[in-house]
Structures are given as structure tokens and as C-alpha cells.
Design a protein. Structure first.
Length: 261
């Protein structure tokens, strides 16, 4: 169920329906939002969404998901909750960590490819930048190299308000394992006044990166607790990304409601 406080943040972001339109009255937006979350959490197919829950049909919720993604609702909700976390001092800007995780893509579709870690079965890859809270996720084919997404992940961090001054977009340092070893990327990070803390291939990890990677590993564990993301079912990349953004928002909401300490 969607509590009143979360819905109060979500409802103003939804595109309005035409005042006069033919056909039956559209299903209530809040019920459809709950149906979308139900599918995200459980991983069931749209056809399996039980009508007795009152969320409308799976087809209705699927259409609403696409409509809201096109309107930028889920990214906007994620950005709002990041700002609230920042205002509460719950974002650590001293460092962010990048990593990637493979997921099986059952129906192929956009941004899928042979997985190098799963016997070349069709899959996708989630590229993540996080400080323990997801800043940005990029979905690509499973055979895309991690290093190619480093700067895209960094640039994908939305402007995070919540504090006095300009919204913040960049951490002080960027952590990555040997999959992100790239001197051009290091140079670009330094130009942006970001300290690159990236292991080099063929050398021992003397920077202690392993002790700090828990922030991104923990975030992946939270992200893939949403069963609709642990296995990708959407052929359309925009719908898969809608679920990813909504999951990021849900993780932020949990953190906001249960701050550490």
C-alpha cells in the first residue's frame, strides 16, 4: 500500500487527464500506482495482477506505467526524495562508488545481449553509482564494458537540492574496481575536481577499496530485492527504466523514513 505521505509527493507529478474525454472514467491514479508497485515488488506478470486487490487490470497499470514514464514522473520522484535525504544530512558526498550487476533478460528486447557471466544467455546489466543510496542507474546490454559507463553514471546524477547554495551533482571522490581502470577517465574526473580512487589492472588493491565497496553492494542488494528487476521481463527499455527509477525512489523513501541512528 502507498502511504499518504508518499502519495502526497507523487500525485502532483502525475500528468492531468483531459477534463472531457470519451469512454469510461479512468482508474484512480493511486490504485494504479499501487498496482505498479505490487508488480515491481512481486515480479508477477501483468496478466497475473489480481483484480480483487482493486488496482485495476494489469493492462491498465501497464499503460499507466508507460504514460507516467513518458512524463518523467518516476525520475522526478527520485529527485525529490534525494533532495529530502540531502536536507536531512543522509547523503555522504565525500565519496560515491560505481559498479555493475548482470540480470537475465527473459524476453530479450532493447539493451540486451549475451551475458559473459551466464553462459552467454541473453541479459542486461545495471550500472550503478551510489553512496549507499542510489544516485543513478543505467541499463545496458549484458556485454557492455563497465568502464564505458563511468562518466555517463557521473553525469546522470540529478541536481540534488536540499541545502543552502546550488544543487549538488558530484561527489568528492569516485571509487571503482579494476573494471573501471582508465587513464582518460581519471583525467576527466580530475578536471571535474573529483578524486579518482580506482584500482589498476595487474596490481594489488593497495587502496583498500574492498572495505568501501559495501556501499554499492548493499544498494544492489536493495535494488534486486524488487523481483521485477532481479529478472528483466520488459522488452521495452523505457518500461524497464521506469521500474528502475521507481525502485530507486522506493529505496530513498525507506531510508528517509528510517534514518540511521
Amino acid at each position: 500500500m502507498v502511504d499518504d505521505e508518499l502519495w502526497a509527493r507523487t500525485e502532483p507529478l502525475l500528468p492531468a487527464w483531459p477534463e472531457r474525454s470519451s469512454g469510461p472514467r479512468p482508474m484512480d491514479d493511486r490504485r494504479c500506482f499501487q498496482g505498479i508497485l505490487f508488480v515491481l515488488y512481486t515480479g508477477i506478470t501483468w496478466q497475473q495482477l489480481p483484480l480483487e486487490l482493486g488496482f485495476g487490470s494489469g493492462q491498465t497499470c501497464w499503460r499507466r506505467l508507460g504514460r507516467w514514464q513518458e512524463a518523467g514522473v518516476f525520475e522526478a520522484l527520485h529527485r525529490i526524495l534525494l533532495a529530502e535525504l540531502n536536507a536531512a544530512g543522509l547523503i555522504d558526498w565525500t565519496r560515491a562508488c560505481v559498479d555493475a550487476s548482470h540480470v537475465r533478460a527473459k524476453k530479450r528486447g532493447e539493451a540486451t545481449g549475451p551475458s559473459p557471466v551466464d553462459r552467454r544467455k541473453t541479459g542486461s546489466k545495471h550500472h550503478l553509482i551510489s553512496d549507499g543510496i542510489p544516485f543513478h542507474v543505467i541499463s545496458t546490454a549484458a556485454n557492455v564494458n563497465d568502464v564505458t559507463q563511468t562518466l555517463a553514471l557521473l553525469d546522470g546524477i540529478p541536481p540534488v537540492a536540499g541545502r543552502i547554495g546550488h544543487p549538488r551533482k558530484r561527489p568528492d571522490a569516485l571509487l571503482g574496481d579494476k573494471g573501471y581502470d582508465s587513464n582518460p577517465n581519471r583525467q576527466e574526473l580530475r578536471k571535474r575536481r573529483i578524486l579518482p580512487v580506482i584500482s589498476r589492472k595487474g596490481s594489488r588493491d593497495i587502496i583498500g577499496l574492498g572495505k568501501l565497496r559495501y556501499v554499492v553492494e548493499q544498494t544492489f542488494a536493495q535494488l534486486h530485492q524488487f523481483k521485477r528487476l532481479a529478472v528483466r521481463w520488459e522488452r521495452r527499455l523505457d518500461l524497464h527504466n521506469a521500474f528502475v527509477s521507481l525502485a530507486c525512489a522506493a529505496i530513498c523513501w525507506r531510508r528517509l523514513m528510517k534514518p540511521a541512528g
